[in-house]
Design a binder for this molecule. Structure first.
Ligand SMILES: CC(C)(COP(=O)(O)OP(=O)(O)OC[C@H]1O[C@@H](n2cnc3c(N)ncnc32)[C@H](O)[C@@H]1OP(=O)(O)O)[C@@H](O)C(=O)NCCC(=O)NCCS
Length: 182
């Protein structure tokens, strides 16, 4: 369910999660994701405590969404601008909450909210390291499609994309299966 008006200022609720624009009070939890070695394994490694403290003072939360389950932050989704001009989806979840489908539930809801908004972008991209198996499984399960590979920061990267048509396919298939089963 999406409540609110403008894309980027909405409150989304899913079966298990609430997704809200991140605010300054969420920064201590966000900072954990910058310093955690597991989270940062495919993101250039953990920041030192000093680097994280410095980043906290300049962090721009525009496009950041805090994802909560039962009131606690389990992770973050981010909508930014890729250098191609496309809207870019990224995400970091706290390791103790991996393996429960939270990232999938949150990213699917964010993607749907963005792509199903009339004035919103027609396409959303995501970039992840080729070696980031969890992230790639997530992108596959979201129905995003690999569109290219390149090397950046000395690491092989893979780009995925979703568009309005692609995103609507799972729903349409589900509806057809449902209808056939009646
Ligand atoms: C990428 C990342 C978000 C993936 O987290 P995740 O929890 O594995 O992702 P999902 O939400 O898709 O969860 C899927 C897993 O939950 C399991 N699961 C358990 N209950 C589930 C449920 N109710 N619904 C769906 N999946 C469920 C699935 O079986 C799957 O397990 P598997 O990975 O062993 O196949 C996480 O690893 C992360 O934050 N990494 C660090 C940040 C990063 O690298 N970001 C990428 C660049 S943007």
């Amino acid at each position: 369910m999406v409540a609110g008006g403008q894309t980027g200022r909405v409150l989304i609720t899913t079966e298990r999660l609430t997704i809200t624009p991140a605010v300054a009070g969420d920064l201590p939890t966000l900072e954990r994701t910058w310093t955690d070695p597991l989270v940062r394994r495919h993101l250039g490694g953990p920041l030192s405590a000093e680097a994280a403290a410095a980043r906290r003072t300049t962090e721009d939360l525009t496009g950041a969404r805090a994802v909560r389950a039962a009131g606690d932050i389990v992770g973050f989704c981010f909508l930014g601008r890729h250098r191609s001009g496309d809207t870019e989806l990224s995400y970091t979840f706290l390791p103790e909450h991996w393996g429960r489908g939270y990232a999938h539930e949150a990213c699917m809801a964010v993607l749907a909210a963005v792509l199903r908004t009339d004035a919103g972008p027609r396409r959303v991209v995501a970039v992840t390291q080729v070696a980031n198996a969890r992230s790639r499984r997530l992108l596959d399960r979201l129905g995003m499609v690999e569109t290219g590979r390149f090397v950046e920061h000395g690491e092989p990267q893979v780009m995925y994309a979703a568009d309005r048509v692609g995103l609507s396919l799972p729903d349409a298939r589900w509806q057809r299966r449902g209808a056939a089963g009646r």
